[in-house]
Write a protein that binds this ligand. Structure first.
Ligand code: PRX
Length: 710
């Protein structure tokens, strides 16, 4: 319906967006050191040719060869039912076997995981491949026997960064049970939604964990999750509670008799038990990972066993340059896709040592991360721009004080500003390390855009070309290709299927088709994959050298510190406050976290604005989603700027919040409200000293396209 209305982006606006892009400064290349190139897993540019489009899909044989298969597959890609692609058809394998058993002979005594508790007084744990194998087997035996779980069942985890999380993941994988981890920082209510959506009857959680020096009462939040799930009709039969300090209970929330069990009390029965890994079809789902989109209901991205593992092993080997003898540390949370792919599955499949840190990398001071790196000999470091900005702000000269040597650095999750990139390179990387800026998404399983570190030069602010076996295209709003070097931005799409792409949205296949393929698939009856470009939902521009610069989301998603938050989820939380009649969440530029959330609310007739209502809105967001989504400001307005069909123009309020250009508002149903809101919000911001610096052209372009997917 929206298409029939006066277009929200006028031709004039489109042109000026293009012009903005033209004036972007091209950054200089940086080159990898000879020492890096000499030891790299992929240093011969011939690999690019092997993965060129004419060798698709057979090129992925190289990735599948990195796995141990119980049964070889007989068809690389079955694309007969677009867009439900099937990879490695006929093959069978087990994920836990691939991460553990096959390494035992060679690496049994080597640390698979080094776990660093947040309190520096607690000892670091070195968990060898043999130890991990034993712990996974014991827990798998418990899941099978005590919980009566079987192949295809779903289990939700609500776990923070403790070794019991990868143990639980691999135990499920061992018996063909689909795991669904919910980020420990999410609220109980958000976890409850995900328990219900996945239909889990078992929840695995922990009593507490440390964050910024405080032992969090996590079991209390797990109980909120169980209540929320019950309200949605999902009963959880058993709750397995790991204890942060076995034998001591850290929570105030009572254990429920017959439902809640301390794992340390019941696991003894399974001591030294060995569970035969269940040989799973390549197509069997391995896990669900929920993410946000344009509607309030979270999407459970369903990742496969064979395709996902092959893609993650290949990208971890070539792009993270992981060798078995490396000490690799990724600071992401395992509760997000980065942690699944590049803390747990990727590194363990390659037989390396992966560091897991419980807490905040700047706790208790700016040197903590570098002390960990020095003490453990970390040589590959993987983090997000928000963390880099934070480390830079807190201790700009700190890294030089520590004797560590990184060969390789990764940035992921948000666009990185060139000056932040340079600090990462010069100060954290001490000018020695290569950097890969990896662009991808929860849905993708692994990287989509990055330089191949020993082959391509780096360019600050650009992720680089597409990775091996990925063939992107940028389309304008009308589906016309935007050529490289044109300086124009558009919608980045991937023209081909690839093994890491999720199989579907759990329980909502029609949503999978609509969200990722609805916009640019011209013929839904086509059986040819060439007709099905995957829509990433990001704006991007491609330079003449083929490098992509990712601008950010073009849909209703706000990326706060690399966490993807749906505006609809935040707005639904605000709407639970009695006095609120309408809500609109928008991104504002934030120096450290990339973006922060501001929310505009209109009140029910006869309700007077008050500080108390603002606080209620903030509390509702904390309670229903989590503190990461808490709005920085709540703006109570008389009315929202709307189109004639009544749609809220988030783009216009986003411009106001950022002191940007609101563009042409003459086609709105209530153009006069724009000035009123602008005056109210901006004068208050100036009073608070909350006026952001002038927007960069990239930021301006991103904000102008915000909300277009409505
Ligand atoms: O907008 C892009 C941004 O993060 C989104 C994906 O978020 P999520 O599914 O949570 O996955 C995060 C970890 C892969 C993308 O649509 N994004 C991710 N990586 C980059 C990025 N933006 C710019 N540069 C990146 N390297």
């Amino acid at each position: 319906m929206a298409e029939e209305l006066p277009t929200e982006v006028s031709e004039q606006e489109k042109v000026s967006e293009a012009e903005i892009a033209v004036h972007w400064k091209e950054e200089e290349y940086y080159y990898p050191s000879e020492a890096f190139v000499e030891q790299a897993n992929a240093a011969d540019p011939a690999i690019l040719e092997r993965f060129s489009e004419e060798h698709f899909p057979e090129c992925f044989q190289e990735y599948s060869d990195l796995l141990a298969w119980d049964e070889p597959w007989n068809q690389m890609l079955d694309s007969s039912n677009p867009p439900f692609w099937r990879w490695f058809v006929g093959g069978r394998l087990n994920a836990s076997y691939n991460c553990l058993d096959r390494h035992l002979e060679k690496y049994g005594d080597k640390a698979a995981i080094i776990w660093v508790p947040e309190p520096e007084s607690e000892e670091t744990q070195f968990i060898t491949y043999s130890d991990l194998h034993r712990r996974v087997n014991e827990f798998a035996a418990l899941l099978q026997d005590f919980c009566e779980l079987k192949t295809g069942d779903r289990v939700t985890f609500y776990l923070p960064m403790i070794p019991e999380l990868p143990v639980s993941m691999l135990a499920c994988a061992r018996i063909g049970v689909i795991h669904s981890e919910v980020f420990g920082g999410f609220s109980g209510a958000a976890c409850g939604d995900r328990i219900a959506d996945s239909g889990s009857h078992i929840l695995v959680t922990v009593d507490g964990y440390y964050r910024s020096g405080e032992l969090q009462d996590h079991k209390a939040r797990a109980d909120e999750a169980l209540d929320a799930a019950a309200k949605l009709g999902q009963t959880v039969d058993k709750v397995l509670v790991w204890r942060r300090h076995p034998g001591q209970y850290a929570s105030k929330s009572p254990m429920v008799e017959g439902r809640d069990f301390f794992v340390d009390e019941i696991i003894g029965k399974y001591r030294d038990e060995v569970v035969t890994p269940v040989s799973m079809p390549a197509e069997a789902p391995l896990f669900l990972m929920y993410t946000s989109g344009t509607t309030g209901r979270p999407k459970g991205c369903q990742h496969s066993t064979g395709g996902y593992l092959a893609y993650v092993a290949g990208t971890a080997k070539y792009y993270e340059d992981i060798h078995p003898e490396d000490i690799y540390w990724c600071t992401a949370d395992i509760g997000w896709i980065t942690g699944h792919s590049y803390i747990v599955y990727g590194p363990l499949m390659l037989g390396t040592t992966t560091v897991i840190y419980e807490g905040v990398p700047t706790y208790p001071d700016a040197g903590r991360a570098w002390r960990i790196a020095e003490k453990l000999g970390v040589n590959i470091f993987h983090t997000a721009p928000t963390m880099i900005r934070m480390l830079r702000k807190l201790g700009p000269d700190e890294p030089a004080k520590y004797d560590y040597h990184f060969k390789h650095l990764t940035t992921v999750g948000e666009p990185i500003e060139p000056e932040v990139w340079r600090w990462y390179h010069e100060v954290i990387g001490k000018g020695e390390a290569v950097i890969v800026d990896t662009w991808w998404q929860t849905e993708n399983g692994g990287f989509l855009g990055s330089t191949l570190p020993a082959v391509h030069p780096m360019k600050p602010g650009s992720c680089g070309p597409a990775v091996l076996g990925i063939y992107p295209v940028i389309y304008d709003e009308d589906g016309k290709e935007v050529p490289a070097g044109s300086g124009r931005a558009g919608n980045i799409c991937i023209r081909n299927p690839w093994p890491g792409l999720c199989q579907t949205v759990w329980g909502q296949p029609e949503r999978f088709v609509d969200i990722y393929y609805g916009k640019f698939c011209k013929d839904r009856s086509s059986k040819d994959w060439h007709d099905w470009p995957y829509l990433a939902g990001d704006g991007a521009v491609q330079a003449a050298d083929g490098y992509f610069r990712i601008l950010g989301r073009v849909d209703d998603v706000i990326n706060v510190a690399g966490h993807r938050l749906g505006t609809k989820e935040i707005e639904s939380a605000a709407l639970t406050v009695d006095e609120v009649s309408e809500a609109a969440a928008v991104p504002v530029v934030d120096e450290v976290r990339g973006r922060a959330v501001e929310i505009y609310v209109a009140l029910k007739p006869g309700t007077a604005p008050s500080k108390a209502i603002e606080n209620k809105v903030k509390e509702a967001v904390d309670r229903l989603i989590g503190k990461i989504a808490r709005p920085r400001s709540v703006w109570i307005v008389q009315d929202m700027p709307k189109t004639r069909s009544g749609k809220i123009m988030r783009r216009v309020i986003a411009a106001i919040s950022n002191f940007g250009d609101v563009g042409d508002v003459s086609t709105l149903a209530n153009p006069e409200i724009v000035d009123e809101i602008r005056h109210h919000v901006q004068s208050e911001k100036v009073k608070r000293g909350d006026q952001p610096r002038e927007l960069t052209p990239e930021e301006a372009a991103e904000l102008r396209s915000f909300g277009h997917a409505e």
